[in-house]
Design a protein around this ligand. Structure first.
Ligand code: PGA
Length: 250
C-alpha cells in the first residue's frame, strides 16, 4: 500500500492559546484536500485547547517534545501520559532546536522515543546534518548515528508507526531548502538504513517527512519525490493560507 502523505505544522514557540485555537480552527474549516494526513503542533500550553477544537475533524495534534519520565518531581517538564491525556496523538522528538539550545543528544532522543511509544504517542523523530557536515560529505554518517542512537534497543514490532523527519539544519528557518533531489537522496538513505536495521516492511511503511523552509512555492517539487512522504513545516505553518497552500500542492 502506498504511504499516505502527512503535512505537519510545527508552531514552535509562537501563538497564544487563543491564537492557536483560532489557527487550528481555520486549518480544519478550510482544509479541502482529504487525501493527506494533516497535523499541527502547538506549544504544550495550548495542546488541550487545540485538541478539543479539532475533535471530530481530520486534523491531528502533536506535542513538540516530551520528557521521558511519566510522572514525578520534574519541575517544568511534561511527560507522555499527560500529553496523551491532553488529546495529542503524536510528538516531535529530537528537533535540531532541541539539540542546539537544550543539549539534547541521541541518547535523550532515544529515551523520549521509548517514552512516547509507551504512552501510545507516535514519535516524529527529527534527524539532519549541519552545513559543515554536508560540506565535509558526512551527511549519511550523521543521519546513521542519529537514527541508531535514537532507535537503539527498538524492535521492528514496537515502532508504533514511527515517523522520521529529515530536516537538514542549514535549511531550517533560513529560506534555503534542500533541492528535491538532495531531499530524495537523504530519504532514500534513511529508508535503506531502516531496512538494514529493522526489515524491509518497516522501511516500506515508515513515513519520512522533509523539513526545512518548505513553502507553497517549493512544496510540489519536494512532495512529488518518490521517497518524500510529506513535510514538517515551521514558519509557513503559522499562516493558514501558506500551510493550506502546501497541503494543496500535493
Ligand atoms: P521552517 O522550520 O519550515 O521554518 O524551516 C522547519 C522545522 O523546524 O520543523
Amino acid at each position: 500500500m502506498a504511504r499516505r502523505k502527512l503535512i505537519a505544522g510545527n508552531w514552535k514557540m509562537h501563538k497564544t492559546v487563543a491564537e492557536s485555537v483560532g489557527l487550528a480552527g481555520q486549518v480544519a474549516t478550510e482544509l479541502k484536500n482529504r487525501q493527506v494526513d494533516v497535523l499541527v503542533a502547538p506549544t504544550a500550553l495550548a495542546l488541550a485547547a487545540v485538541a478539543s477544537r479539532l475533535a471530530g475533524t481530520p486534523v491531528m495534534v502533536a506535542a513538540q517534545n516530551l520528557f521521558w519520565e511519566d510522572h514525578g518531581a520534574y519541575t517544568g517538564e511534561v511527560g507522555g501520559p499527560l500529553i496523551r491525556a491532553a488529546g495529542a496523538s503524536h510528538v516531535i522528538i529530537g528537533h535540531s532546536e532541541r539539540r542546539q539550545f537544550f543539549g539534547e543528544s541521541e541518547k535523550t532522543a532515544g529515551l523520549r522515543v521509548a517514552a512516547a511509544l509507551a504512552a501510545g504517542l507516535v514519535p516524529i523523530l527529527c534527524v539532519g546534518e549541519a552545513l559543515a557536515e554536508r560540506e565535509k560529505d558526512q551527511t549519511e554518517g550523521v543521519l546513521e548515528s542519529q537514527l541508531a542512537g535514537a532507535l537503539a534497543g527498538m524492535g521492528a514490532a514496537g515502532l508504533g508507526g514511527l515517523i522520521v523527519a529529515y530536516e537538514p539544519v542549514w535549511a531550517i528557518g533560513t529560506g534555503l531548502n534542500a533541492s528535491p533531489e538532495q531531499a530524495n537522496q537523504a530519504h532514500a538513505f534513511i529508508r535503506s538504513w531502516l531496512a538494514y536495521r529493522f526489515d524491509k516492511k518497516v522501511a516500506k511503511a515508515t513515513r519520512i517527512l522533509y523539513g526545512g523552509s518548505v513553502k507553497p512555492a517549493n512544496a510540489a517539487g519536494l512532495l512529488t519525490q518518490s521517497e518524500v512522504d510529506g513535510a514538517l513545516v515551521g514558519g509557513a505553518s503559522l499562516n493558514v493560507h501558506d500551510f493550506l497552500g502546501i497541503i494543496e500542492a500535493i
